[in-house]
Design a protein around this ligand. Structure first.
Ligand SMILES: Cc1cc2nc3c(=O)[nH]c(=O)nc-3n(C[C@H](O)[C@H](O)[C@H](O)COP(=O)(O)OP(=O)(O)OC[C@H]3O[C@@H](n4cnc5c(N)ncnc54)[C@H](O)[C@@H]3O)c2cc1C
Length: 458
């Protein structure tokens, strides 16, 4: 089957490249190949009753399918160059912001118009952070919420399926350069195209490494973020979340001068499992609909670990730590902050007596047996620093789930147009290592689509 363009992966990167191509180059024959299910068929079996923990499905519905890893996410589209990726290094800061704003406009047009755009500009909270050795990063954030995010994706799919051919449950196994383009192979079929856009996200990271090796595309890798997910009563952070919804706060530890940061804040949200290549880690999200709100807020505290020569496998390091927690806890582990600092494991009885009701059924345990001392020390220091701007953060009953790991895909060597050294092969989104967020991944898709359609170049 011959296409002009094949897009591999139907996450935000793939969706937005398909969307923009359908608009700017409707004459092109385009196909999207997705290893997971269509949106309405995606179901995580964890129901909190019969199935409480991750059963390691062959295809993880949280990570794969139409909408990608973002489908059941909190739908927080951060419009900023301060975090979420380094797209600006390729396409420039103002272009990156322009495209993130464009993505926001499309999201609003397809169902997100009633949602709120929060901003840190003019926030009094910035000063309070600085007075307490913390730094609030600048951003605007559109919170679609898990429910509206789903509606936006559903509407986008309704539009796209009239213009683009979608192949679901079709994991691409290889991409091979041929005369005039690429041969793209699934288990039981072969397709060809002139140009290929790969947008396989974090779940496709191992496959991406193989493709880069096979096609001699250079990659670099040396970072992983490791930490915990904090869950506490929503009231403790409400003065921050009511105004900003999501705040990215950075702290430099006194002991080691390591950077610890908050990540993915979910007011009134829930803590969830995440399964990446069979390893269960923790994440969180929340709904826009107040009826689905919980009494808790959750956010991650992460310490960035950069490795220098000769060690290259930073993701392998993060995986080993996550595996250790899976080994001890059978999945995600939870511990009260009070138990952690007293050097004892949490038990079901202590969790039951606690004033914070966990929103994820995790195994009570001892995170100090899992996390390296330096990382744990950084997290504890940060909790006390946050306690100064949000008193109650360091309460004994604050829950810490572990481990949370942010795996960074190795960074693929790309030019300013996100094209590899193989002519006509583009790598976008989180799979490229350039982006780590919904807005950056989507913007990278728009950028490449415009470039291919001849509407964008710098
Ligand atoms: C629970 C959760 C909550 C999150 N919350 C937020 C948030 O609020 N804000 C934010 O900015 N980010 C959030 N993120 C991160 C965000 O989802 C990602 O940054 C974003 O989805 C990346 O988009 P992408 O298109 O690059 O990749 P992905 O969304 O990962 O999509 C890649 C797609 O490619 C498919 N694929 C992989 N390999 C193949 C193959 N060989 N053949 C065919 N298909 C393949 C996968 O099935 C997947 O559907 C969250 C992530 C999770 C897991």
């Amino acid at each position: 089957m011959q296409y002009d363009i094949i897009i591999i992966g139907a996450g935000p990167g793939g969706i937005f490249s398909a969307y923009e191509l359908s608009r700017l180059a409707p004459q092109l024959k385009i196909a999207v190949f997705e290893g997971g299910a269509p949106l309405e068929k995606r179901r995580c079996p964890i129901d909190g009753e019969k199935v409480k923990n991750c059963i390691k499905c062959q295809t993880c519905s949280i990570m794969k399918g139409f909408g990608g890893a973002g489908a059941f996410s909190d739908g927080k589209y951060n419009i900023t160059n301060e975090f979420g990726g380094t797209l600006y290094e390729h396409i420039g800061r103002s272009k990156a912001l322009e495209l993130m704003n464009y993505v926001d406009q499309i999201n609003c047009q397809y169902g997100g118009e009633s949602t709120k755009l929060y901003s840190t500009s003019n926030s009094k909270f910035k000063t309070l952070c600085l007075q307490n050795k913390l730094r609030l990063l600048d951003a605007s954030v559109r919170h679609l919420g898990t429910d509206i995010n789903y509606i936006v994706l559903k509407n986008l799919y309704t539009y796209l399926k009239g213009h683009i051919e979608f192949y679901f449950y079709t994991e691409i196994q290889s991409v091979i350069k041929i005369d005039g383009g690429y041969r793209v192979e699934s288990r039981d079929a072969v397709y060809t195209c002139q140009k290929c856009i790969i947008s396989v996200g974090r779940s496709g990271s191992k496959w991406m490494e193989k493709i880069c090796r096979d096609m001699e595309i250079p990659t670099h890798s040396n970072r992983v973020d490791i930490g915990v997910r904090v869950e506490l009563p929503a009231a403790v952070f409400s003065h921050v979340t009511d105004e900003l919804y999501e705040s990215k706060i950075v702290y430099r530890t006194e002991k080691f001068e390591d950077m610890v940061r908050t990540f993915c804040m979910n007011p009134h949200g829930i803590v969830v499992n995440e399964n990446t290549n069979g390893i269960v880690t923790v994440n969180g999200h929340s709904y826009e609909d107040p009826k689905l709100h919980t009494d808790n807020t959750n956010f991650a505290l992460l310490v960035a670990k950069h490795f220098s020569e000769p060690f290259k496998d930073s993701n392998g390091y993060g995986e080993s730590i996550a595996r250790l927690s899976n080994m001890l806890g059978g999945g995600v582990m939870v511990q009260r902050f009070g138990d952690l600092i007293r050097g004892r494991r949490s038990t079901m009885a202590r969790i039951d007596e606690s004033w914070v009701r966990p929103t994820l059924a995790a195994t009570p345990g001892d995170l100090s047996l899992v996390l390296p001392k330096r990382i744990l020390d950084g997290i504890i220091e940060m909790i006390y620093a946050l306690d100064k701007i949000a008193p109650g953060t360091a309460n004994d009953d604050t829950l810490l789930y572990g481990v949370e790991v942010k795996f960074y895909n190795m960074e693929v060597e790309l030019d300013k147009n996100l094209e590899t050294r193989q002519n006509g092969l583009f790598i976008i989104g989180d799979g490229s290592g350039v982006t780590h967020s919904l807005s950056h991944a989507s913007a990278s898709g728009v950028y490449v689509a415009r470039y291919i359609a001849g509407k964008e170049s710098i």
